[in-house]
Design a binder for this molecule. Structure first.
Ligand SMILES: *Cc1c(COP(=O)(O)O)cnc(C)c1O
Length: 385
């Protein structure tokens, strides 16, 4: 099976992890800070905090902004469930903003329409989480402008998007947001097995994030409420979690980040090849906005079902039967049973639902060979004929 996504691990990555095993620190040592400083300089953000997943990163980002009961968090329905669940962890209510027809990212026009209504009803969101689907940035300038007008905070879910650019600047620089979150799950652009990070330029948020990822406990006397009892002393000043990344993961991350631009260039080359070789098929190819340089985490095609005699399921099954590990990203979050039990129904976000009914993610990963890609192209061409 040619998978839809897969990590790339070389000898440098392996050596980095093995060296940690025989070092003094398996956790809370120098490797995670080294990875964090590489992340912040790569992304041009002041602060970076590595944690054990993007889900944890989203959770502490919401906590740092004080999200709680009675607050609203809005995100895109075309995302992984974690982008919405983080709000529920904080006791907040969730709503969604339908996506753009061309990019499948949160539509700023629909966001504005929804904000106008929410303002009248006195239920404006505290936080909006735009998701950079496939690694292509959302229209952050438009979303940021709305945040100034309506007073919400922005967390970019850039789980797909490390190595991408928006208006010539790296995603993660938080120029149009309060915080940006990355995922380092093995199917994403770089990996630490499990792992994630939060980036910010805001020192007050940074202080909160540092506490929240490690029990709310500090050894910094400036943050303590009482006098230190001595060198052993620490204080819990907030309710945090254990969301720390291990040193093994930090070392792997530091090694992987040195390969990031090579990964993204490789993905672009493969995407370009798909664009050329699939151009005549009855499908819609991924559209790229001129403001963006995607990291191409995913290559999603949309089937023109009115020109096809087969259903999406039939086409998907035939590809899988031919050992092409296609996937579908994403089942709209509001249609998940858990979210339906919160009051959402099929039909709430029609653009997202239509996209879902036609989408297929083709295999794409840095180590994909031309032979593997040729196989995908020829089998897809045959199945759609
Ligand atoms: C993968 C992913 C997450 C969750 O990442 P983990 O690191 O697995 O917790 C969140 N949001 C999006 C958009 C993702 O693709």
């Amino acid at each position: 099976m040619i998978p839809y996504g897969k990590q790339s691990i070389n000898q440098q990555d392996i050596d980095a992890v093995i060296n940690v095993l025989t070092s003094d620190f398996l956790t809370q040592g120098p490797k995670v800070p080294e990875f964090e400083s590489k992340l912040s300089s790569l992304c041009k953000a002041k602060f970076a905090f590595a944690v054990n997943s993007a889900t944890s990163a989203l959770h502490i980002a919401c906590c740092a902004l004080g999200l709680g009961k009675g607050d609203w968090l809005w995100t895109s329905p075309i995302t992984f469930v974690a982008s919405a669940n983080c709000g529920l962890y904080c006791g907040a209510s969730i709503d969604f903003v339908d996506v753009d027809e061309a990019t499948y990212n949160m539509c700023p026009r629909k966001l504005e329409e929804k904000l106008i209504v929410a303002k009248q009803q006195g239920r404006l969101p505290k936080i909006v989480i735009p998701v950079h689907l496939c690694g292509q940035s959302c229209d952050m300038e438009a979303i940021f402008r709305l945040s100034q007008e309506y007073g919400f905070k922005i967390i970019e879910d850039a789980s797909h998007a490390i190595g991408g650019f928006y208006k010539g600047e790296p995603i993660g620089n938080c120029a149009y947001s309060d915080m940006t979150v990355f995922s380092f799950h093995p199917v994403k652009i770089i990996t630490t097995a499990e792992g994630g990070a939060v980036l910010t330029n805001n020192a007050a948020l940074a202080e909160k994030l540092a506490l929240l990822r490690s029990h709310g406990v500090t050894r910094n006397t400036d943050l303590m409420e009482g006098e230190s009892h001595g060198a052993w002393y620490y204080e819990q000043v907030a309710l945090g979690f254990n969301y720390r990344m291990t040193e093994l993961q930090g070392a792997l991350g530091a090694s992987q980040i040195s390969r990031l631009s090579e990964f993204v260039q490789k993905r672009h080359k493969l995407a370009e090849r798909y664009n050329q070789r699939l151009a005549d098929l009855p499908i819609v190819l991924p559209k790229q906005h001129t403001d963006t340089y995607s990291s191409f985490h995913l290559y999603i095609i949309r089937l023109k079902l009115n020109l096809l005699t087969k259903s999406r399921k039939q086409i998907f099954d035939e590809l899988r039967d031919a050992d092409i590990g296609v996937n579908v990203h994403y089942i709209p979050v509001h249609t998940q049973p858990y979210y339906q039990s919160l009051g959402f129904t099929v039909g709430d976000f029609p653009v997202a639902e239509r996209f879902y009914s036609e989408a297929i993610s083709l295999p794409l990963y840095a180590d994909m060979t031309d032979t593997e890609q040729n196989e995908v192209i020829s089998i897809l061409t045959r199945v759609l004929a």
